[in-house]
Design a protein around this ligand. Structure first.
Ligand code: NAD
Ligand code: IPM
Ligand code: MN
Length: 370
């Protein structure tokens, strides 16, 4: 059996709490012989800053590059509000994405039937929801240069961020979206603001040309990003795959999380290009949520987004769709039983802790794999 190198980066805040639940599941899968994980641990974010005075050490960067998959929980928190901008916790995550060239961020939003009443929207609006946001992750305003604050010398300062996209960056993220749609409901919604931004004009042009050239069988529509935000809360089930840039994708995926009941439910996969000979690709799996400083240390965080991120790793890095399906079903069953962490609690449900949720999912998984 192939041994897969897994680099585990728990990070800050609730990060270590939710990662502990994933480690239980990874240990179970290894122990039962489903997969052989060689797990290494590293530091990222504020926890790395406290030890190394940087948001990720060169050593951990090298281990991330060498890993078959990286699992990251979350970074950031008020403790590091005053560290220099270049050393802030989030810089560690951004460096991982950029240096590993993880340009494709897949953020599925699925509303488990048992949770349709936990959403802030009406049951009929979200029940059965299954959409996929494909967010470009290594370009756009996150990384464009110049990016600086200039002192104008008259008591004024000027802050500059630059949105930049090249054809190849739009094309490769578009290709990921169209290929995913072919395996789903065959529809892509591309989103930008071409009415205001030059990058939106190019985005629209490149996605349209790619559609005609390589994916004429897939249904394509374009929606301006502000209108798409509105449609996501009005009639979210119209969407299958949404493809958009780095910043719009960040915002729209937080919006989408509330359709599923909680930000604590959304996993993600950040993928690089496939190696032409081996077929392998660099990959990092992380929840959409952050370090949730408001609930850190209380043992009440929802570990489902982190556990589902392991599921995405099984699917996208290790070709173990069947095991990933069983893990997803185990999560669904725990929710059907009415077990909830505080963020999704309500009605006649039982509120349980982070580790009780991890244990409950593990118990269901034990049944699901035997
Ligand atoms: P956040 O996602 O950490 O929290 C937003 C709200 O959602 C909070 O009320 C929090 O309690 C709740 N929440 C989030 N995850 C939850 C979970 N698993 N279970 C239950 N409730 C959950 O966003 P924020 O407060 O804006 O940011 C806090 C810090 O996290 C910032 O430093 C930010 O930069 C960072 N952040 C990191 C990542 C990441 O590492 N991928 C993502 C987003 C934000
Ligand atoms: C996310 C986060 C990150 C982002 C931050 C922490 C840099 O919000 O992964 O959604 O903006 O991409
Ligand atoms: Mn975000």
């Amino acid at each position: 059996m192939t041994t897969y190198k897994l680099l585990v980066l728990p990070g800050d805040g609730i990060g270590p709490e939710v990662m502990a639940e994933v480690e239980k599941i990874a240990a179970f899968l290894t122990y039962e012989g489903f997969v052989k994980f060689e797990v290494e641990k590293g530091l990222v974010g504020g926890s790395a800053y406290d030890v190394h005075r940087c948001a990720i050490s060169e050593d951990d960067m090298e281990r991330a590059q060498a890993a078959d998959a990286v699992l990251l929980a979350a970074v950031g928190g008020p403790k590091w509000d005053n560290v220099p901008y270049e050393l802030r916790p989030e810089a560690g995550l951004l460096r991982l994405r950029k240096d590993m060239q993880l340009f494709a961020n897949l953020r599925p939003a699925i509303c488990y039937p048992a949770l349709a009443d936990a959403s802030s929207l009406k049951r009929e609006v979200v029940d059965g929801l299954d959409l996929m946001i494909v967010r470009e992750l290594t370009g756009g305003v996150y990384f464009g240069e110049p990016k600086q604050i200039i002192d104008l010398g008259n008591g004024q300062k000027r802050a500059i961020d630059t949105q930049v996209y090249d054809t190849y960056e739009i094309e490769r993220i578009g290709r990921i979206a169209f290929e995913l749609a072919r395996k789903r409901r065959n529809k892509v919604t591309s989103s930008e603001k071409r009415n205001v931004m030059k990058s939106g004009v190019l985005w629209h042009e490149v996605i349209s040309a790619l559609h005609v050239r390589e994916f004429p069988d897939v249904q394509l529509e374009h929606q301006l990003a502000d209108a798409l935000g509105m449609q996501l809360v009005r009639r979210p089930k119209q969407f299958d795959v949404i493809v958009t840039d780095n910043l719009f994708g960040d915002m729209l995926s937080d919006v989408a999380s509330m359709l599923t009941g909680s930000l604590g439910m959304l996993p993600s996969a950040s993928l690089g290009e496939r190696n032409a000979t081996t077929g392998a690709r660099k990959a990092l799996y992380e929840p959409v949520h952050g370090s949730a400083p408001d609930i850190a240390g209380k043992g009440i965080a929802n570990p489902i987004a982190m556990i589902s991120s392991l599921g995405m790793a099984l699917r996208y890095s290790f070709n173990m769709d069947d095991l990933a399906d069983r893990l997803d079903r185990s999560i669904a069953r725990v929710l059907e039983k009415g077990l909830r962490t505080a963020d999704i609690a309500g009605g006649a449900t039982k509120t349980i802790s982070t580790s009780e949720m991890g244990d409950a999912i593990l118990e269901e998984l034990k049944i699901a794999v035997h």
